[in-house]
Design a protein around this ligand. Structure first.
Ligand SMILES: *Cc1c(COP(=O)(O)O)cnc(C)c1O
Length: 420
């Protein structure tokens, strides 16, 4: 059953309540390997579901446009203080509605329409909001994309430097959404400094690993850091922008009044809760366990003949090129889902196939590590993936259903926040 329980929702709207209950059961019964997903704690869920959703608070603590901020101000201040302490930054803005609006605020703060931004190209592992053409950031700004080296699958820093020197971007983004390796923040900082660009580290995926000491921090290298709060950081759907003192004002003005109206106070409270959780020794252990699980899973997949982009992983994320297995990413992802293993199809660098039907799948260990799975289970997870990919190639639905039953049996032994 969904936890916290939803008796009022069930009485008022049984149709929605039944779907929410079913989703909770689905999340409990599956091996959730979507790299951007996690299980937020019950405390985070409670804050998200609180009466704070009723309150309007345009502005910042102490400088609001509506009355009645006696309690919202200390809540936002707590979130800001915790973010500053956890990441060691001079300034934090916790109001962006999500990762994409946070990045858009960066454009508003530091670029004019038509200015050049250098970011990782989407098919290479970058995010839409790093200047890719279909995004507002690529339509209203001049996006230039770098990629990874063909031989190593790792960011091509020579290309980044060459493009920066030639294109003179005002902003350089580092980080991405399908990057399995450590981001070299000092190297990006050196390049950005040389061309006078603001370096923005988008740590949406790895924020929890940074907070827990399992990935180097961009702080001290990037003047601006953007992040979601709901991926490895394990908070509510939301985002933050962390800056040095010099860039604080421009970012605050861009978020409000530049881009947004009232902040989502229920989210702000839940971010404060998540940041409190992330400051504990238990969360440090969690972050390191996420990486250990990803490494163990990557090794087990390689042993079974899977081709991993860059050969492995340093973080929570694994990008698998299925070309050698004779199946595309989309049919593999659909078969895996039927087998109780949830992940997403994804382009791989230099993909010969189309973006809506690419060659790879992306997976991550943030959610299953929250459930409590450890390195001992990773060979079995790799075995299930291997069997499911084979079964997909043979259209063997019975085999997929057998794997789903085995998955369900294993995960039932591991508790899930949000499920009682
Ligand atoms: C997920 C992600 C975002 C966008 O976050 P949303 O909350 O989905 O808008 C931005 N940048 C990167 C690198 C991401 O992985």
């Amino acid at each position: 059953m969904h936890d916290p329980a939803i008796p009022s929702l069930t009485a008022t709207d049984p149709e929605v309540a039944a779907l929410v209950q079913a989703e909770a059961g689905r999340q409990f019964g599956k091996l959730r390997l979507i790299a951007s997903e996690n299980y937020a704690s019950t405390a985070v869920l409670e804050a998200t579901g609180s009466v704070l959703t009723n309150k309007y608070s345009e502005g910042y603590p102490g400088r609001r446009y509506y009355e009645g901020q006696q309690l919202v101000d200390p809540i936002e201040t707590l979130a800001v203080q915790r973010a500053k302490a956890l990441f060691g930054v001079a300034h934090a803005n916790v109001q962006p509605y999500s990762g994409s609006p946070a990045n858009l605020a960066v454009y508003l703060a530091f670029l004019d329409p038509g200015d050049t931004v250098l970011g990782m190209a989407l098919p290479m592992g970058g995010h839409l909001t790093h200047g890719w053409g279909v995004s507002a950031t690529g339509k209203w700004f001049r996006g230039v994309g770098y990629g990874v080296r063909r031989d190593t699958g790792r960011v091509d820093l020579d290309q980044v430097r060459d493009l920066a020197r030639r294109e003179r971007p005002k902003v350089v983004f580092c980080g991405g959404t399908a990057v399995p390796r450590t981001i070299d923040f000092p190297a990006f900082a050196e390049i950005a400094r040389e061309v006078g660009a603001v370096l923005v580290a988008d740590i949406a995926h790895i924020a929890g690993l940074v907070a827990g000491g399992a990935h180097p921090s961009p702080v001290g290298h990037a003047q601006v850091v953007t992040t979601t709060t709901h991926k490895t950081l394990r908070g509510p759907r939301g985002a933050m922008i962390l800056t040095d003192a010099e860039h604080a004002k421009a970012v605050d003005r861009a978020v409000f009044p530049g881009l947004q109206g009232g902040p989502h106070n229920h989210t702000t409270a839940a971010i404060a809760v998540a940041l409190g959780e992330a400051a504990t020794p238990a969360f440090r252990d969690y972050a390191h366990a996420v990486v250990a699980n990803a490494r163990a899973l990557a090794e087990a997949l390689v042993e079974r003949g899977f081709d991993l982009v860059s050969g492995g992983t340093d973080n929570h994320l694994i990008l698998v090129d299925l070309t050698g297995r004779g199946i595309a990413g989309k049919p593999a992802a659909k078969a895996l889902d039927r087998a109780g293993i949830e992940l997403n199809y994804n382009t791989v660098p230099f993909d010969g196939r189309k973006p809506f039907d690419p060659s790879g799948v992306r997976l991550g260990t943030a959610a299953i590590t929250t459930r409590g799975l450890g390195v001992a289970q990773m060979p079995l997870v790799a075995e299930w993936i291997d069997r499911a990919v084979r079964a997909a190639g043979e259209d063997d639905e019975a085999a997929l259903d057998r794997i789903a039953a085995e998955v369900g049996e294993l995960v039932a032994a591991y508790p899930m926040p949000g499920w009682a």
